[in-house]
Design a protein around this ligand. Structure first.
Ligand code: MN
Length: 742
């Protein structure tokens, strides 16, 4: 392609001058020097670049600036931002350069514009969520609403010049326009831009239907024009008679809105009755605008019968986006319904250009342009945040005032993630996937490395850094805010603990294999000995070397020593008792039986007589001697007859009784200083001296202090009390308490 450089230069300048001219038309407060500077910077930055069409790239920023100035009525800051809007993203120019050359305000707008650059894929199943998030993000990002306005202008120009794009890109951009940009334009009251965006997108997304509607409108145009003339003539005459300054226009509705009607009512083109809208624009003074609109309404409805259900009074109650107008539908000639819109010039400008047009009417005092725009922005912001939206015809019911506690960030692939304010890089990682969260070691924010607890801000692009070696940590719970992240961390920690516990259990089993005395009963003892809450915790601590093999071995050997000492002491006692009975054999000694004497069945000290050697179960009697106390003889002892006959007063009734029948199981618990001799003393006292039968005995020792538990049989509480008193006398025994179970 041969390019005539001179010709191009001239064309660029021509376009620039046209921009200035149109801008001056809608604003008389422009800073031409700033605009010139921005133009020169953009021209230089984009000088090597061309659009898909082959045209110099600079045509695009000039066109965007023109939309901003002419169609939105914005001033210097917006025009400058529009001229520079693609420089930071596509050229060598940095935000810092912009800040230095044009100040912080323009810099902020360019920054916002650069961030809102991703295209959302309409084939994504979450498309509508993505689109809504994107719209919200734009609003939350836009500390300055001009970011959105310049973005809209950018999009409008791209849509107008999309014919050189490949088909798939045309589709992507068109869907995005329908879902995001047209609704935004509507919210901001930019109706003309909204309608144009919709129609341009419609042309690409549903080319056939679009062409069908265009063709049918063309075919019927002559007929339609005739009809409109017929309909409007009496109105024009009547309004002229009354002395109104006005314009009328009757034009077909946009192909997109006709298509919407066909679809929502499921009817062919021919059945859409209000194919065109008839508009009356009155040139009234601010004081008279309302009454003149209503007067016009009354004139028209005198001529044509209105449908009462179709009256819309947007004058008394303007739409949230600032739209003011009076709509009615009347029965025209040939019995056809016609929609009539009545509004003033001012209302019309606002409807087409949005709230920016207000300023054209409100202050012509030449006050600082930035202040005026700031006030306007404030107004839009309030409108967007207004909670009173019952009467508002919002395109959806999302409450914009909720945005303040949400932030919107990008994945590297350009997907938008919504998070609550205060969310960290770790929250973001878990939002993507719990596996990503579990393995997260940090993130890159706009290519800079940040830690897990980095608080992310709207518009940032995050890339999560992961490591296979990373495991979720309990402490992470402190740095996340989303439920998803909290849940993920808890699960991850649990899962990780289970894996560690499995390791720990294997290790535990290996330790146990090396200890001959090991038994399954040891596990609960070890759990309580090491102060762990359950086996999992014990195993985790073993795996993490918090409990070492030595400590386990040590505990087991100490425990076995105690156990052995207690058992030895008991055995010794039994052997002693046996020895007491002189000739009584161990085999014949029945522990359950005890000898009771006298009518009251008291227990006394006695001696078994060696002459007949009675054993429990034998019929016996006692004989009281001076030297040996009570001696027990069998009733059939050879001596017995003699003794009973001559010394009847010294005999005493004696019966073996199964003592356990009258016994009660009880127990005592006590602590003491760890001394093996002590254990033996205690056992001797209980089973020897006090003659109480022990059911179980257990001594636990920890750091030189032991706890003893003895379960035994007593006949009454007195026995237990006696035992307690005797135990108290043993040095080193403390805190004796009665217990009922072991
Ligand atoms: Mn652009």
């Amino acid at each position: 392609m041969i390019i005539d450089v001179e010709l191009e230069k001239n064309e660029i300048l021509k376009r620039y001058r046209k921009l200035l001219l149109l801008a001056k038309k809608s604003r008389d407060d422009l800073d031409k020097k700033q605009i010139r500077k921005a133009f020169n910077v953009a021209l230089e930055a984009h000088k090597e670049m061309r659009r898909k069409s082959g045209e110099p790239y600079i045509y695009h920023p000039i066109a965007v600036a023109q939309i901003v100035a002419e169609e939105m009525g914005l001033g210097t800051t917006s025009i400058v931002s529009a001229l520079l809007h693609d420089t930071v993203e596509d050229t060598e120019i940095t935000l810092e350069d912009i800040d230095n050359m044009f100040g912080p305000k323009v810099c902020l707008i360019i920054d916002g514009l650069t961030k809102i650059s991703g295209i959302i894929d309409h084939s994504d199943p979450n498309y509508s969520i993505q689109a809504e998030n994107f719209r919200k993000m734009m609003l939350s990002l836009s500390e300055d609403v001009r970011v959105i306005l310049v973005k809209l202008a950018d999009r409008l120009h791209n849509m107008r010049t999309m014919e050189f794009m490949p088909r798939h890109k045309q589709l992507k951009i068109s869907y995005e326009t329908l879902f995001i940009y047209a609704p935004l334009a509507y919210r901001l009251g930019l109706n003309a831009i909204k309608t144009e965006l919709e129609n341009l997108a419609f042309q690409y997304t549903e080319t056939e239907l679009h062409n069908e509607i265009i063709n049918k409108l063309k075919e019927g145009q002559r007929k339609l024009t005739r009809y409109i003339n017929k309909f409007s003539l009496p109105i024009i005459n009547s309004l002229t008679d009354k002395g109104y300054d006005f314009e009328v226009s009757g034009r077909p509705k946009s192909p997109y809105s006709i298509a919407q009607k066909m679809k929502s009512q499921n009817i062919p083109f021919e059945e859409v009755y209000d194919i065109f809208a008839f508009r009356i624009i009155l040139n009234s003074t601010p004081e008279n605008e309302k009454s003149e609109c209503w007067n016009a309404y009354s004139l028209i409805t005198d001529m044509y019968t209105p449908r009462p259900d179709r009256l819309r009074d947007w004058i008394s109650n303007p739409k949230a986006n600032g739209y003011e107008s009076l709509h009615t539908t009347v029965m025209g000639p040939e019995g056809k319904w016609v929609e009539v819109q009545i509004r003033t010039k001012k209302m019309h400008d606002i409807a087409e250009k949005g709230l920016a047009a207000h300023w054209k009417y409100k202050s012509k005092d030449g006050s600082n342009s930035d202040n005026r725009v700031d006030e306007w922005i404030e107004k839009i912001r309030k409108l967007l945040e207004s909670p009173h939206n019952q009467a508002i015809d919002f395109i959806d019911d999302v409450k914009l005032n909720l945005f303040s506690d949400e932030i919107f960030v990008f994945t590297p692939a350009g997907e938008i993630i919504k998070l609550p304010i205060g969310a960290t890089a770790l929250d973001f990682a878990y939002e993507i996937h719990s596996r990503i969260g579990d393995a997260c070691i940090g993130a890159k924010v706009n290519h800079k490395l940040v830690p897990l607890n980095y608080k992310i801000k709207s518009g940032e692009q995050l890339e999560v850094l992961t490591s296979k070696k990373q495991v979720p940590k309990q402490e992470w719970l402190k740095i996340v805010t989303t439920a998803k992240a909290k849940h993920g961390i808890k699960n991850g920690v649990k899962r990780d603990r289970k894996i560690i516990a499995t390791d720990g259990k294997e290790k535990y089993n290996r330790i146990m294999k090396g200890i001959p005395e090991a038994s399954p009963e040891l596990l609960p003892e070890l759990i309580s000995h090491f102060g762990t809450s359950d086996a999992v915790e014990l195993f985790v601590k073993i795996a993490e070397h918090k409990i070492e093999k030595g400590a386990i071995k040590n505990y087991i050997s100490q425990r076995n020593k105690h156990q052995k000492a207690a058992e030895d002491a008991l055995l010794k006692q039994v052997v002693k008792s046996k020895a007491k009975g002189d000739g009584v054999t161990a085999k014949s000694f029945k522990k359950e039986d005890v000898l009771v004497l006298g009518e009251d069945k008291d227990i006394f000290d006695y001696k078994i007589s060696p002459c007949c050697n009675p054993i429990p179960g034998d019929e016996v009697f006692g004989f009281v001697t001076v030297v040996d106390g009570i001696k027990i003889h069998k009733t059939n002892c050879p001596n017995a007859m003699h003794l009973q006959a001559n010394f009847a007063y010294r005999t005493i009734k004696a019966v073996w009784e199964d003592k356990s029948k009258n016994e009660f199981l009880t127990g005592v618990r006590f602590t003491g200083t760890d001394d093996f001799g002590l254990v033996s003393k205690i056992v001797t006292l209980i089973s020897g001296e006090s003659k109480l039968r022990i059911k179980s005995i257990k001594f636990d020792s920890d750091h030189g202090v032991f706890e003893g538990k003895v379960m035994l049989f007593v006949q009454d509480t007195k026995e237990l009390l006696d035992l307690s008193n005797k135990l108290k006398e043993i040095k080193g025994v403390h805190n004796i308490k009665r217990i009922h179970t072991n």
